[in-house]
Design a binder for this molecule. Structure first.
Ligand code: FAD
Length: 390
């Protein structure tokens, strides 16, 4: 195999998790290949996929060289969070009361992907291989070998699966998963609203699911409505005016009437956990490693933290150590175990708690919200947790 086909690290999947890992390894001694079947596409208007990025991940994206290049006029800091239960429960917290500049930053998926790709393309130690898809993977004591669709054969000390929830790499490596569909879709859309949002993110735990309003620049918002499939299909089939009316009504007319800016789209929600994040010459990151319910907004935040933790382990290796050594990779898996367990468990628990019709639970979940809301230190702890600060 020619030396140009040999890499230290091959990352399969150039979504946000994979591209951020490549960028976190920029300027290092590692020769990195990023394999992706299609480059990111920038939406002409507003992206349908919008994320609330936690402050720790803003710092990570700064380290990746991407954050400071994002267009400021398209980013909004979340200054307050207002959460409502389905029977009078309420909980509100602000960045100010916990000494933060923002609880999170609202950013479009496509813009982040574009900036990460531009950063990756500028690096002499990173090769972006796109369009490209692997068709065969073999791993032995010497190296991992990937054959691409176009016949090219690549080898590496380490292959990273960053190829999403249906990961081809994970399947080829024989890593099993526990997967449980929620039977819900996340319905996403962007709107102009009548009243200002003042940088507030709203969330309603409703009998028909969880509805979130995220602030966009100006009087605009992005929504994620996680709701049972039949209801989601009914919403997606509505004409623009009826859809706006339903979303405004479900949000208690909090921001007045709504006008559609980006047509609604739905994505299936599932809980998924890979049996392991590390094996000899293999590591899993992002949705290839785990999928969570979007109600806590942790999806891509977990993926970025995976990328950061794996980059930290790799960069700390002495030059003589093999980057595919499973004992080193297990350090990465251990570093991620606690947070992913906590987030998966907490979001899953909340989702189940608010999907049950049992009257005592209905009372408890709303009373619990009011209790937390009334105790300032507890509220502040929750806010700092939501901001990813511990
Ligand atoms: C419409 C929509 C809206 C969403 N909204 C939210 C939201 O509001 N909040 C939230 O938390 N999450 C949301 N999600 C989920 C969120 O997008 C994912 O958690 C996140 O994108 C995971 O990033 P990732 O890089 O791990 O995987 P992905 O984004 O899935 O990236 C995987 C990459 O690998 C590439 N790839 C896959 N297989 C191969 C292969 N064989 N060869 C080469 N390349 C390959 C793909 O092309 C892709 O670019 C949404 C998803 C969708 C579809």
């Amino acid at each position: 195999m020619s030396s140009s086909n040999h890499f230290d690290i091959l990352i399969v999947g150039g979504g946000l998790a994979g591209a951020s890992l490549a960028c976190a390894l920029r300027g290092s001694r590692f020769r990195v290949g990023l394999i992706e079947r299609q480059s990111p596409v920038l939406a002409s208007g507003w992206d349908a996929r919008i994320y609330a990025i936690s402050p720790v991940n803003v710092a990570f994206l700064q380290r990746c060289g991407a954050w400071d290049h994002l267009p400021r006029e398209r980013i909004v800091p979340v200054e307050k969070m207002d959460v409502r239960g389905d029977a009078g429960g309420a909980l509100a917290f602000s960045a100010y009361e916990c000494g933060l500049q923002a609880l999170a930053w609202i950013v479009e998926s496509g813009r982040m992907a574009e900036e990460l790709w531009q950063t990756a393309r500028r690096q002499p130690n990173i090769s972006v291989l796109c369009p490209a898809s692997p068709v065969a993977l073999s791993i032995d004591a010497e190296a991992a070998t990937l054959r691409l669709e176009d016949g090219r054969q690549l080898s590496a000390g380490l292959v990273v699966a960053a190829d999403g929830v249906n990961s081809w790499v994970r399947t080829q490596a024989g890593i099993t998963t526990e997967m449980r569909p929620y039977g819900e879709l996340g319905v996403v859309a962007n709107f102009k609203c009548e009243k200002p949002h003042f940088g507030t993110a709203f969330q309603w735990f409703r009998p028909d699911g969880v509805l979130a309003y995220l602030p966009l620049p100006g009087n605009q918002i992005s929504i994620v409505w996680s709701t049972p499939e039949a209801h989601a299909q009914e919403l997606l089939a509505l004409g623009p005016e009826d859809f706006c009316a339903r979303v405004a009504e479900a949000g208690g007319q909090q921001l007045g009437s709504l006008e559609l800016v980006t047509p609604p789209a739905g994505f299936p929600l599932r809980w998924m956990k890979a049996q392991t994040l590390a094996a000899p010459r293999l590591a899993l990151i992002g949705d290839a490693a785990h999928a969570v319910h979007p109600l806590s907004g942790h999806g891509i935040n977990l993926g970025f933290q995976d990328a950061q933790a794996l980059a930290d382990v790799l960069l700390a290796l002495p030059a003589f150590r093999d980057c595919g050594d499973v004992t080193a990779l297990q350090r990465y898996a251990r570093a991620r175990a606690e947070e992913t367990l906590l987030v998966r468990g907490a979001t899953d628990g909340l989702q189940r708690l608010f999907r049950t019709d049992l009257a005592p639970l209905n009372f408890l979940r709303n009373a619990g919200m009011n209790l937390v809301g009334a105790i300032s230190p507890l509220r502040s702890v929750l806010a700092r947790y939501a901001a990813g600060l511990f």
